[in-house]
Design a protein around this ligand. Sequence first.
Ligand code: GRF
Length: 206
Amino acid sequence: MLSIAVLISGGGSNLQSILENIDSGKLKACEVAMVISDRENAKGLDKARCRNIPTYVVDRKTGSEKFSEEILHMVDGKVDLIVLAGFLSILKGDLLTAFKDRIINIHPSLIPAFCGSGMYGIKVHQAAIEAGVKYSGCTVHFVDEGTDTGTIIHQRIVPILEGDTPEDLQKRVLTEEHRALPEVIQWIAEERLKLIGKKACLTEKK
Ligand code: GRF
């Protein structure tokens, strides 16, 4: 059983999709052991509370180093995987070492486009539309010391249509996020990801 900590900052629609995929049996041999937020009013916390999943809030104002250490204490020895699902703070220090290649993030663009420091939320989709690209999407990647620089695991693509607003695009990408994140979690549960240099390769199902 793969034990997961899901880290959120907002609505938690990606958390919801993980939970629903577990409920429906599409996501097998996984459990969400805890949900951690860096904002006490994150709506996603209720999605965990109503299922009696333990929730914790860290104070992001204490700074990345401090709350990353706090998170390490919460997860150490209790979970196998940390999933950043709309978590807006940057993780640092020993947490990254202790959970090397065991922290994944979902970003709402096709990395390396429209990512990095300050690129989050609606800004990502505004930038994609302004750049005139014809396709966008989402990326699931491992988390390293940089911002959105870790090894790419999976991407799903959506078209950008004539007259799309950033909100239209955000909605279309979010639908794909809800597929991409459970897919990657399943691959990790099945131990099908192999890291070769800077590349993540998906191996055959055993
Ligand atoms: C998503 O687009 C995610 O990629 C981004 O935050 C957004 C909100 O996610 N990092 P959620 O509804 O809170 O899961």
